[in-house]
Design a protein around this ligand. Structure first.
Ligand code: SF4
Length: 67
């Protein structure tokens, strides 16, 4: 699974950082960025929570293509 943040609509609430600080970090310009290219299976539930709790609905998930 991959996770994306749309930096144009992220409002910098930081809720995603509270849920998964190892995956999201706050950019100097005040929006969240994703630190990992691939979400580990054990983090997928946290990603779904981040998607549902992001007030700006800026987070989206996609299935990574398996090689
Ligand atoms: S929860 Fe959503 S709006 Fe808040 S920092 Fe994360 S992506 Fe941005």
């Amino acid at each position: 699974m991959k996770v994306h943040v749309n930096s144009r609509i992220c409002a910098g609430f930081g809720i995603c950082l509270g849920i998964a600080p190892e995956i999201f970090e706050l950019h100097d310009d005040g929006y969240a960025v994703v630190r990992v290219s691939e979400v580990k299976p054990e983090d997928e539930d946290a990603m779904r929570r981040a998607v549902s709790q992001c007030p700006a609905q800026a987070i989206s998930l996609s299935e990574a293509s398996s090689q």
